[in-house]
Design a protein around this ligand. Structure first.
Ligand code: GUN
Ligand code: FE
Length: 444
């Protein structure tokens, strides 16, 4: 494979920006380029300087005047919910019981899971997302389809077979023992293959018996390097029912703590309605509260106090995500647009630099993967997104009055969607080009 030189305007974060004026928090190169060799970035910076390091046979791709960013990262998404998006439900529990659980039952069929997996990755690539952390269904077939398709595309993916043994239709239940055995089987088959990572995935306290929580605890002890993902404190009715099911626990967070499920590799979806005690507990454990703004608005779940959680004396680590299909867009740009509006309603400002940090390096740090993804640093995988802030007539018109980089980023976030994604690279390979229309191709 020949090396490639990818030219454009580079933007990559070094750390979390403290304010709009915090220019030290990022690297911006107006006429920049990346040299890519063997799927990784081997040189980065000013075009002429990077070009001087390239061999004569290098393939040069010119994306000027577009922005080159690290591929976007989605830290909470449900693979079997592609055909649940836009279901008309009043709240979380109604949405789960009426639409979501029946739909997930279909993933017992391996043909169905394989077909949806193709579309799942096509949508990610169309939207500039190169890594995601996903829930599969309870069926091992769904995890097999999810990881097989990730390998075909050489994408870095985290996923888990969901463990759930109560409060759902029969076709969606395992048992404590099955949940344990099948998770072990998924680990044995897929963890570390290609760029795949398996996550231990008890869905949430409502759908796992204490016996199954013990099984999840056993897995966490046997495989301390694996991610753990579950849902926490999303909706008031959910919180009330959870307290009835686990009367001995101090609060919702304490349930997961009691089963040894809190740690630095634990991702807790939503975590909207936390008490101070719970926020302290998450902070001390180093666990991640995953903000899913389009989902929280769509299901009417609540307003996640992102800014407040980050600036606590004991700060809570946060990441951002779509939560498809409770979420209503695959786009991380749209996701941060809604995140911005939620902070507005809370009287807070989420500045655009912070948003782009969160979608890239911030989410990579939440996963402990910032040496590999989420930046344009030398040595990083060449997972990239090329963004065009003038991708629609209205955006082009607005661009005429844009003067600064943060203004351009804010326009992209506020009005941009998949049309703003010019190209998506995975390990240096252009993946968006060639994705078809209705019956999309695999891109492999
Ligand atoms: N809580 C438990 N399962 C789910 C799910 O699939 N989506 C959301 N948004 N919340 C959940
Ligand atoms: Fe979710």
């Amino acid at each position: 494979m020949t090396d490639s030189l990818i030219r454009g305007r580079l933007l990559s974060f070094k750390r979390a920006p403290l304010a709009m004026t915090d220019t030290d928090s990022y690297l911006y190169e107006h006429d920049g380029a990346l040299l890519v060799s063997g799927g990784r970035i081997t040189a980065t910076g000013d075009y002429a300087q990077v070009k001087a390091q390239a061999t004569a046979d290098v393939e040069e791709i010119d994306h000027r005047p577009h922005l080159i960013l690290p591929g976007l990262i989605d830290t909470h998404v449900h693979f079997p919910q592609m055909q649940v998006i836009a279901s008309y439900a009043g709240n979380l529990l109604e949405w789960l019981n009426t639409y979501t659980f029946p739909e997930e039952c279909r993933f017992v069929e391996s043909d169905h899971a394989t077909r949806i997996a193709t579309h799942f990755y096509d949508e990610f690539l169309r939207h500039g997302t190169t890594t995601a952390v996903a829930y599969c269904s309870v069926h091992k077939t769904s995890a097999d389809a999810f990881f097989a398709e990730a390998m075909k595309r050489n994408m870095c993916m985290v996923g888990g077979k969901v463990m759930m043994d109560r409060n759902a239709p029969q076709g969606l239940l395992d048992t404590a023992e099955m949940g344990y055995d099948e998770t072990r089987a998924v680990i044995a088959e897929w963890h570390g293959k290609g760029r795949n990572h398996v996550a231990i995935t008890p869905r949430f306290a409502i759908t796992s018996t204490p016996g199954q929580m013990k099984a999840a605890e056993a897995l966490a002890q046997e495989f301390p390097d694996l991610f753990i993902q579950t849902h926490l404190s999303e909706n008031h009715d959910e919180i009330k029912y959870t307290a009835e099911l686990y009367p001995e626990a101090t609060d919702y967070t304490d349930i997961y703590a009691r089963y040894g499920l809190l740690g630095k590799k634990t991702l807790l979806g939503h975590a909207i309605h936390l008490s101070e005690r719970e926020a302290d507990a998450l902070s001390e454990a180093g666990s991640i509260a995953v903000h899913c703004p389009t989902s929280n608005l769509f299901l009417g779940s609540g307003l996640f106090p992102l800014k407040a959680l980050r600036r606590r004396e004991k700060p809570v680590r946060v990441s951002v995500a779509t939560d498809i299909g409770g979420g209503s867009s695959y786009s991380m740009l749209k996701t941060m647009d809604e995140a911005y509006k939620i902070q507005q309603l809370l009287g807070e400002r989420l500045n655009p630099l912070e948003s782009y940090y969160l979608m890239t390096r911030g989410n990579a740090e939440a996963l402990g993967m910032e040496a590999d993804i989420g930046t344009l640093d030398i040595g990083s995988m060449a997972d990239l997104v090329i963004l065009d802030a003038g991708s629609t007539p209205a955006m082009r018109l607005r661009m005429e009055t844009v003067k600064t980089l943060p203004e351009e980023l804010f326009l992209l976030q506020t009005m941009g969607d998949d049309r703003a994604v010019v190209e998506t690279y995975v390990a240096g390979k252009a993946m968006k080009t060639g994705l078809g229309g209705d019956e999309m191709q695999t891109g492999a």
